[in-house]
Design a protein around this ligand. Structure first.
Ligand code: HSE
Length: 306
């Protein structure tokens, strides 16, 4: 095989109580990438469509991730990457994570799969780092592994795949404003009250148990963020009213997707997901901010060959 086309999913990271450690991929929103072998060694980017991103291989997340893989694989040929970007950078639904995951997944396939998913996550994290200036894998791991993923440890990397209850739907509101992860990390406190940490820990434990047992009531009572949301939500217009209306409509939970500005909600079933999307639309259509909404199941596969 000399060429491959992949779909690399958008992801929701943090998932309320799981700051930096929990995420899931969407199955209907994501980027496409084509990667092909070249005689020349190394990585090049031959096409970028959708958004204005750097062709400089040291600045583009996809090529930085790919180069970290090639440093270990050392093939005597190279790869050219075409990026068909659908996820807006700075959207909060894992735009850089999708680029980073797509390139390493594709190259691994073209090399005959020498690396496992954990190793691919580590390579992709090198690319994610240049975009976010921080080491976290809660977008990359779900993009590569599929399903809900808990990043149990970074060094050494350990990712736990959690079960996804079948009726779970994600609803996303993406206000078309840009929030850079690196900036939205700077506004977070260095120290937090112990009582908030205790609440966050019990909710994360409750959410993980709820996912394992398919207990939607437990999932619902656990989808809270006691630590991060109050700081970052100030950057997202109408966050508080959106959240209260979406919960009133019956959502299992509602919080910031990644570092924002996207907001996610989870619902049991597609009918409620459609109602929640209408709530998102009715509030944001009264504002002067352009926005998009998506309804998606949780992808069980993550990045795939298409
Ligand atoms: N966990 C990261 C953050 C995800 O919230 O900063 C952003 O990509």
């Amino acid at each position: 095989m000399n060429e491959i086309r992949v779909f690399s999913p958008a992801t929701v990271s943090n998932v309320a109580c799981g700051f930096d450690v929990l995420g899931f991929p969407l199955d209907s929103v994501g980027d496409e990438m084509v990667v092909r072998k070249t005689k020349a060694k190394g990585i090049s980017i031959s096409k970028i469509e959708g958004f204005d991103l750097p062709f400089d291989i040291y600045k583009n997340v996809a090529s930085v991730s790919a180069m970290s893989l090639l440093e270990v694989a050392k093939p005597d040929f190279g790869f050219e990457i075409e990026i068909y970007k659908k996820i807006k950078p700075g959207s909060g639904i894992g735009s850089s994570g999708a680029s980073a995951s797509g390139s390493v997944y594709a190259i691994n396939e073209l090399l005959g799969r020498p690396f496992n998913k954990l190793e691919l996550t580590e390579f992709a994290m090198k690319g994610e780092f240049i975009a976010s200036k921080s080491e976290h894998a809660d977008n990359i791991a779900p993009a590569i592994f599929g399903g809900f993923c808990l990043v149990k440890n970074l060094h050494p990397l350990n990712v736990l795949q959690l079960p996804t209850p079948t009726d779970l739907y994600a609803i996303i509101l993406h206000p078309q404003i840009e929030i850079k992860t690196s900036e939205s990390r700077k506004i977070l406190p260095k120290m937090v009250p112990l009582s908030d940490v205790t609440k966050q820990l019990s909710d994360l434990g409750g959410l993980v148990h709820g996912l394992h047992t398919g207990n939607y009531n437990l999932i619902k009572s656990s989808l809270n963020d006691h630590i991060i949301e109050e700081y970052r939500s100030k950057l997202i217009p109408h966050f508080d009213i959106i959240k209260s209306k979406v919960l009133e409509a019956g959502a299992l939970g509602c919080s910031i997707s990644g570092s924002g500005p996207s907001i996610f909600a989870l619902s049991k079933g597609n009918d409620l997901a459609t109602e929640i999307e209408l709530v998102f639309k009715s509030i944001y259509s009264k504002s002067n901010i352009n926005f998009s909404t998506y309804i998606s199941k949780i992808s069980s596969s993550g990045v795939v060959t298409i």
